[in-house]
Design a protein around this ligand. Sequence first.
Ligand code: AMP
Length: 214
Amino acid sequence: MKLVILGPPGAGKGTYASRLTKKLDIPHISTGDIVREEIKSQSKIGKTIKQYSEKGALVPDTIINQLLAKRLNKSDCTKGFILDGYPRTINQAESLEKIAKIDVVINLNVSDKIIIDRLSSRILCSECGAIYNKKTLKPKIENVCDICSGRLYQRNDDKPKIIQERLDIYKNKTEPLIQYYLQKDLLKNIYCDNPSCPPKSIVNKILLALEKHQ
Ligand code: AMP
């Protein structure tokens, strides 16, 4: 199955995708993780994209399309994949269409209030990228990853001013994709506006939507 998870920053795309990857046995591909890895490795591309990512701006389509195409070319993607954070523009969706036939797009609906609250308390593992929340999804030991014992940190772009900029970019550049995929009859809406709703129950809602779509 070739799946896209769409939703604003902080909607829980990474949290749900990391659970769905085990249930569906297909890789979870986060372009945000790919971008962070490139920056960490100090590659030529990493140095170019750092300036965009740190401001919360989108990396240019030509660069991100290339990084994604390279990842989808790997052998673990032949059975399918879960895309998290890609596409984010109509241009990216059109580029994706040329290299893969998407089966379904899950659109996560979450209010701005919940997003701002969630992102400002989000922390993640510097080693494996696992996501936690200082209020709702705490690690067993403070600032230590439950999975790999890596150090937990707050992303630079999860600071309040940058969160608002990322939400504005989402509304202008990414939201048009809802209509784009609706017209292609691929869109499934999932509503997650109860902040105390555990990730497991949203994942079950997504699995149910996938079953119905088949
Ligand atoms: P994320 O972890 O998905 O919020 O992504 C972190 C940052 O990586 C974004 O703020 C962008 O700078 C960059 N990025 C990730 N995915 C994309 C994409 N599809 N298009 C452009 N930039 C992206």
